[in-house]
Structure formats: structure tokens, C-alpha cells
Design a protein around this ligand. Structure first.
Ligand code: MG
Length: 217
């Protein structure tokens, strides 16, 4: 049997192009890793991300869900920007600021990008605070959870506490912006993953650029 028989299905060219052009902070290699993980994990159960922003990571995950053909991606974001994206902060983007309502809004960009990527049926936007959604989320266990919402200690701990225990055995728990070197970025995601990987239920899977991945035993 030739090696090609085992080749991984590729992302749709159009979806990939939209993902790469979408605003966001995810590197291409990190997106490709999310795609690869979701291709496998979405067969176990739905995928869920916290921190949709403009849809970049969602398209990598969502296109994998579409190809696997079993379960969708739920993408949670209040779409008002995290603390570091507010006016005057490091990651503020004036083009995502609603000058009439005087607040950040990423929902229109997100919605447009997932439509352009052809993923309306595979990405389910949830426009709300992740902890509130979690309170009403009952029995559905998840194949993959990607935590990339607020990057402060409180938000990261809250998202871990609300969602990590929903990951199925064999499924993945991923964090974005994991920086072992404090000079390169905030430490909350790194500290969270250090804590979790010491627990018996998680196996350390790897760090890909700044994408930290654990696998549930
Ligand atoms: Mg991020």
C-alpha cells in the first residue's frame, strides 16, 4: 500500500485562505495543528473554543469538523474584546471598534469569515460569556476544547474550571499563548498548563509554537 493511502485529508483551499487572511493572533503552524487535532477529536464529540475573535482559529477547527463529518464546533465569545484588546491597550484594533456604541465588536467579522469559509453549518457561534454558557451546558462531552479567551489569571482559571472536565478520554485540551519564557508573553496560560499536566487525568501532548496541548487519559 502506498504512503498516499494514509495521507491526511487537506483543509479546503478557500477555508484556508479565509483563515490566513482573517484578523487574529494565531500562527499558521498553530492553525494547522488545531486542524490536525480536530480532525481526530471531532469524531469523539463536538469541539469547543473560547475566544472566537474574528474566526481565524475557528475556521481551522471548523473545517476539520466538516471533513470528519460527525460533530460541529461551538465557538464562544462575548465579541466585546478581551481586556488587552480595549482602547489604549496593546492589542486594540480601531477597525473593530463600534464608535456609535462605544465598544469593541468582533461578531460581524467573525460571522462574515465563517460564511466565506463555507462553514456556516459546522461552526455554531455562541455570543456570550463562557462561564455563563458553561453553567447551562449539561451532558454534552467534548472531543476538543481550545482555551483562547481572556488571558489574565482569573479568566484562564475560570475557563479551565468550566470546560476542562468536559473533555472526553482521548480528547484534547489546548491553550493558546503558552510562553515558558516570561519575556515573550503573559504567564497565565503557561502556569495553567503546568498545573494541569501534573494531574493524573492529563497527558502532556506538546507545545507547538505557543499552542500547548494536553490529552485526556
Ligand atoms: Mg491567542
Amino acid at each position: 500500500m502506498s504512503g498516499a493511502a494514509h495521507a491526511r485529508p487537506a483543509m479546503a483551499a478557500r477555508a484556508r485562505e479565509v483563515a490566513i487572511q482573517a484578523k487574529g493572533f494565531l500562527k499558521e503552524a498553530e492553525g494547522d495543528k488545531l486542524f490536525e487535532l480536530a480532525l481526530e477529536a471531532s469524531r469523539l464529540g463536538p469541539c469547543l473554543e473560547i475566544g472566537s475573535y474574528c474566526g481565524k482559529s475557528g475556521i481551522f477547527l471548523g473545517d476539520a469538523c466538516r471533513i470528519a463529518g460527525q460533530n460541529p464546533l461551538f465557538s464562544i465569545d462575548h465579541h466585546r474584546g478581551s481586556a488587552e484588546q480595549q482602547p489604549g491597550q496593546e492589542y486594540f484594533d480601531p477597525n473593530l471598534y463600534d464608535c456609535v456604541e462605544n465598544r469593541m465588536t468582533t461578531l460581524a467579522d467573525f460571522w462574515r469569515n465563517i460564511g466565506r469559509a463555507g462553514l456556516d453549518s459546522w461552526i455554531i457561534p455562541v455570543a456570550a460569556d463562557s462561564s455563563i454558557v458553561s453553567r447551562y451546558w449539561r451532558d454534552t462531552s467534548l472531543g476538543l476544547v481550545f482555551i483562547d479567551g481572556g488571558h489574565g489569571e482569573f479568566d484562564v482559571l475560570s475557563d479551565y474550571g468550566c470546560w476542562a472536565n468536559r473533555v472526553l478520554s482521548g480528547g484534547y485540551l489546548c491553550f493558546h499563548d503558552v510562553y515558558p519564557d516570561p519575556a515573550r508573553g503573559g504567564q497565565a496560560p503557561y502556569q495553567m498548563i503546568q498545573y494541569a499536566r501534573a494531574l493524573p487525568e492529563w497527558e502532556y501532548y506538546g507545545l507547538f509554537e505557543s499552542l500547548g496541548v494536553l490529552r485526556r487519559r
